[in-house]
Design a protein around this ligand. Structure first.
Ligand SMILES: Cc1ncc(COP(=O)(O)O)c(C=O)c1O
Length: 280
């Protein structure tokens, strides 16, 4: 069967509601400067859907610095994958600043949030390992999980008993060379609640594991210094791998992952590991 014919007749992810969906989903075009009030189809609207949480996207001082940097370097430089030709002093300085900002020792920039965290998950675990994640995790974690060769299990959203069950299951099955990676979020984008990070971290006393927190929504917005949900909940040290994206509070494209230098260094060094950085 021709692929295009098949696609035309295949129900979308909406399944039986596909036909009801036609015309409902659009790519709205907002008009005017970024902000909480913009125009849509010529009418004034309150905008609830932009992630520019701190309003920096239309800050005049930042726009000026952006324009100066573009004039100095062009929008194209540096070009190429970071491992080849794309590195710069500015990348390295920003990584140091980001690491210090989120109270970690080292950080690595990622080209994008979505692909970045997928690639990080892929880089962190292998076929001997166990990956346990919250059921309401963002699509990038779910898709990252698909790339990972590890044994995967999911716990009910923010349910510590359900998490414990999966943790003990992994502990019972694991071999000497198995490790456990737990992935959850700082702030869950769809429900708006915080991850139960302190409760999860406490369980490290019973079964050792490493915790990766996707703090896309907490980075820049929570904690007394903006360093995120871990700081807000007073457990930033218990987060072993901290992930933040620039697509929310910083109103840009890109992301970063912060951890101990040995974790960051391994990912930078091994072309076969952090593929997002090597091949994009
Ligand atoms: C929890 C979470 N992680 C990751 C991402 C992806 O980040 P980016 O938009 O930078 O690709 C998002 C974006 O919505 C998110 O909400």
């Amino acid at each position: 069967m021709d692929l295009f014919d098949k696609l035309a007749n295949r129900p979308s992810p909406l399944g039986p509601f596909t036909s009801a969906g036609y015309g409902y989903y659009t790519f709205p075009k907002l008009e005017g400067p970024l902000g909480p009030e913009m125009k849509f189809n010529g009418k004034d609207m309150v905008v609830w859907s932009i992630n520019d949480y701190l309003g920096v996207g239309s800050n005049e001082e930042i726009k000026k610095v952006d324009a100066e940097a573009t004039a100095k370097y062009s929008l194209s430089a540096p070009m190429g994958a970071r491992l080849m030709t794309g590195n710069s002093d500015e990348h390295e300085a920003l990584e140091k600043e980001l690491a210090a900002f989120v109270h970690k020792e080292d950080a690595q920039l990622l080209n994008f949030g979505y692909q970045g965290i997928m690639s990080v998950i892929h880089a962190l675990v292998d076929r001997n390992d166990f990956l346990i994640y919250d059921e309401l995790s963002h699509a990038c974690i779910v898709d990252g999980k698909q790339l990972a060769m590890a044994d995967k299990s999911v716990f009910k959203h923010n349910d510590i008993e359900s998490f414990k069950k999966q943790l003990y299951r992994a502990a019972a099955k694991k071999k000497d060379n198995s490790s456990i990676l737990v992935v959850t979020e700082g702030v869950f984008g769809m429900t708006g609640d915080l991850g139960i990070l302190p409760e999860i971290i406490k369980l490290k006393e019973e079964v050792p594991f490493r915790l990766l927190v996707d703090d896309a929504h907490g980075f820049g917005t929570l904690g007394h210094d903006g360093s995120g949900t871990g700081t807000q909940l007073e457990c930033q040290d218990g987060i072993d791998i901290y992930f933040g994206t620039f697509a929310k509070a910083v109103a840009l494209i890109g992301a970063f992952v912060a951890s101990e230098p040995r974790v960051i260094y391994v990912k930078t060094l091994c072309v076969c590991l952090e593929r997002n950085m090597a091949y994009s």
